[in-house]
Ligand binder design. Structure first.
Ligand code: NAD
Length: 427
């Protein structure tokens, strides 16, 4: 019997249901697409620096592998739970299909607070996790990468543990590795760079001039950090930025290089000279033309969606907008470039890394950037065409699109996944 789905996971499946209605999919096919292929829970006893053992819980979920091996990051965060990892794995199946890279979806995580752990504790935790899931991962099975709370060093420890267990040098088991271990050029900035390419395309097709455009960004981590620099170079004004400590607002715009230096020195953007202080969520409703939520999920909800001023939202984070908020934004005419398209630059360059590992031949920064731009631009065009052409009644909304870009992205992706599942004879 099918497992009862929790609210958190059920909520993440909503756009799938919308796409399934448009594609006239049978309910049993929707059920198959809604059910992860595998969900692994592991207990990880770690010797802490004080000599005591602390047991952490870790997860690895494989959502759907009809289009290729599972691919998706590993999150270290106190709020990680199985449901969250299932949602993130499902989004990876959709994202990989949207950009047309030959992977299914997977995700992993450990419930922990990496900010409160020493490097030694983090290393022991990571090695324990790698050993516990080693049999389920591999370059042809399931390929992890970083996500919130993890980085290239953690990928290096994971790889080392995996290599000891597998007995052969398969660098393609994990991506976003340091360059010295076969990482790809351009991976550090790839997600932000992809968000930038998606913003360029959206601004072009929806007629939003970038020169002088006011930008607000929530989050200032791996994804968000490079974005202000790219947009500032095109004449945009960075008016609001926040991180988990607080935010900075300046309607005249902030210098992104100075902002980066300030963050590096003080560990927050709060208090940036010349700015007024904001709360962490304030960039979401700031006076701006383009909003980039790039922190965590469920930030734009039915409570604040009506106050969003941006005409264009480009989702750097995974799941920052709830389905109720999506509806409010669509009806008031705001365009949302969804996470599964906008932040796919990271997994795309991870795919490039895996390809380079398999070839044993490595590309330059320019080659990676040019290939990434092509993937992002083509995927955007596909989704945009679907959004313009899909036939449903939208007479109630002030929109240039027949369906919102999220539904269009899901229609594009689900079509590809269902085709692969049918060709394999799985459905
Ligand atoms: P990160 O941990 O490097 O950065 C997260 C940032 O958000 C930090 O600056 C943190 O201070 C800030 N933040 C946290 N809570 C906040 C709050 N309540 N208000 C404002 N800021 C807050 O993580 P990341 O890798 O940049 O990931 C961010 C999001 O992007 C996540 O949803 C992740 O799943 C998604 N994502 C990441 C990648 C990637 O390549 N790293 C790829 C695709 C999607």
């Amino acid at each position: 019997m099918a497992e009862k789905k929790s609210n958190l996971y059920e909520e993440s499946l909503r756009p799938l249901k919308n796409a399934a209605d448009i594609l006239n999919l049978e309910s049993d096919i929707v059920e198959a697409l809604s059910s992860p292929e595998r969900a692994l829970i592991v207990s990880l006893p770690v010797k802490m620096d004080n000599g005591r053992i602390k047991v952490f819980e870790g997860y690895r979920v494989r959502h759907n592998t009809a289009r290729g091996p599972a691919k998706g990051g590993i999150r270290y965060h106190p709020k990680v739970c199985l449901d969250e990892v299932k949602s993130l794995a499902f989004w990876m199946s959709i994202k990989n299909a949207v950009v047309g890279i030959p992977y299914g979806g997977g995700k992993g995580g450990i419930t922990c607070n990496p900010k409160e752990m020493s490097l030694g504790e983090l290393e022991r935790l990571t090695r324990g996790y790698a050993a516990a899931i080693a049999r389920c991962v591999g370059p042809d099975q399931d390929i992890p990468a970083p996500d919130v709370g993890t980085n290239a060093q953690i990928m290096g420890w994971f790889l080392d543990e995996y290599l000891k267990i597998s007995g052969k040098y398969d660098a393609g088991v994990i991506t976003s590795k340091p360059l010295s271990l076969g990482g790809s050029r351009g991976r550090n900035t790839a997600t932000g760079r992809g968000v930038f390419f998606a913003t360029l395309e959206a601004a072009r097709v929806f007629g939003i001039p970038l020169k002088g455009a006011r930008i607000a960004i929530q989050g200032y981590g791996n994804v968000a950090r490079p974005i202000p620099v790219y947009l500032h170079d095109l004449g945009c004004k960075i008016v609001a930025v926040s991180d988990s400590v607080g935010g900075a607002y300046n309607p005249e715009g902030m210098n992104p290089m100075k902002l980066a230096d300030f963050k590096a020195k003080t560990r927050s953007v709060k208090g940036f000279p010349g700015s007024t202080e904001m709360d962490t969520a304030d960039p979401l409703t700031a006076d701006c033309d383009i909003l980039i939520p790039a922190a965590l999920e469920n930030q734009i909800t039915e409570k604040n969606a009506d106050d969003v001023k941006a005409k264009l939202l480009v989702e750097g984070a995974n799941g920052p907008t709830t389905s109720k908020a999506d509806k409010i934004l669509y009806e008031k005419g705001a365009i949302v470039v969804p996470d599964v398209l906008a932040n796919a630059g990271g997994v795309t360059v991870s795919y490039f890394e895996w390809v380079q590992n398999r070839m044993g031949y490595y590309w330059s920064d320019e080659e990676v950037d040019e290939k990434l731009k092509r993937v992002m631009t083509d995927a955007f065009k596909d989704v945009y065409q679907t959004a313009k052409q899909t036939q449903i009644d939208t007479s109630f909304a002030k929109q240039p699109l027949k369906v919102d870009m999220r539904t269009a992205a899901y229609v594009t992706a689900v079509r590809k996944i269902v085709e692969a599942m049918q060709a394999l004879g799985r459905i």
